[in-house]
Design a protein around this ligand. Structure first.
Ligand code: SF4
Ligand code: SF4
Length: 205
């Protein structure tokens, strides 16, 4: 059922016009890609990617945003900026990767074995609540939702951090968390016109 919903969301995204891809900050530069492959050759993690950075650009230009968002490529990007500094067309590929990650999280399209979206959502919810991160709460919630047994391996390190007073058990809440939340909300406005998370055609509530 969940997979069906994800497929419907992906189908909807497949109809996003190429202009919407260009609306991603720096995305219009994608038009100037000459498919030279310098980005793929410079990328330290391309060997493990479903699609190399060059192929990602080609897929975006072909309007196959759904395929891009469901691939593991964007999650293997280590943000090293090698592709960005070497691209002869000045395409800010690293920034495009960041925006694609955000879209994949918004539309819940990341591969199920990729845990980064969960970590990102937990991080944001904790910052919304306290105005800052609580490492203790982040790590606890992450392991409880993935594999609680993995938490056992963290105990010795957590103990050392706790003894050095680097792992507070009670989160510190700043003042003005609601204002901070409003600021953060206004900065994360949807990027893709005409298609909002949770409102894609055929989506069930
Ligand atoms: S280096 Fe730039 S121009 Fe060359 S394939 Fe990559 S994105 Fe396109
Ligand atoms: S920024 Fe990402 S896509 Fe670009 S070279 Fe580095 S790891 Fe590869």
């Amino acid at each position: 059922m969940q997979a069906e919903r994800a497929d419907r969301r992906a189908d909807s995204l497949g109809h996003v016009f190429l202009e919407d891809v260009y609306a991603i900050p720096g995305g219009e530069k994608v038009k100037e890609c000459i498919q030279c492959g310098t980005c793929s050759a410079s990328c330290p993690t391309s060997y493990a990617m479903d699609y190399t950075p060059r192929e990602i650009i080609a897929a975006l230009r072909a309007g196959m945003l759904d395929r891009v968002l469901k691939s593991n490529t964007i999650w293997l990007c280590a943000s090293c900026y090698s592709c960005t500094v070497r691209c002869p067309s000045g395409i800010k590929l690293t920034d495009v990767m960041y925006e694609l990650k955000r879209l994949a999280i918004d539309f819940d399209l990341a591969p199920s074995n990729v845990k980064a979206p969960l970590l990102s959502k937990l991080f944001v919810s904790i910052v919304d609540k306290y105005g800052r991160i609580s490492e203790t709460e982040l790590v606890s919630k992450f392991y409880l939702k993935t594999n609680p047994f993995n938490m056992l391996g963290m105990i010795p390190r957590a103990y050392k951090l706790f003894m050095r007073r680097n792992l507070p058990l009670i989160p510190h809440k700043i003042e003005g968390t609601s204002e901070l939340k409003k600021c953060a909300g206004s900065m994360s406005a949807p990027l893709v016109s005409g298609l909002q998370p949770g409102s894609s055609s055929g989506e069930e509530n």
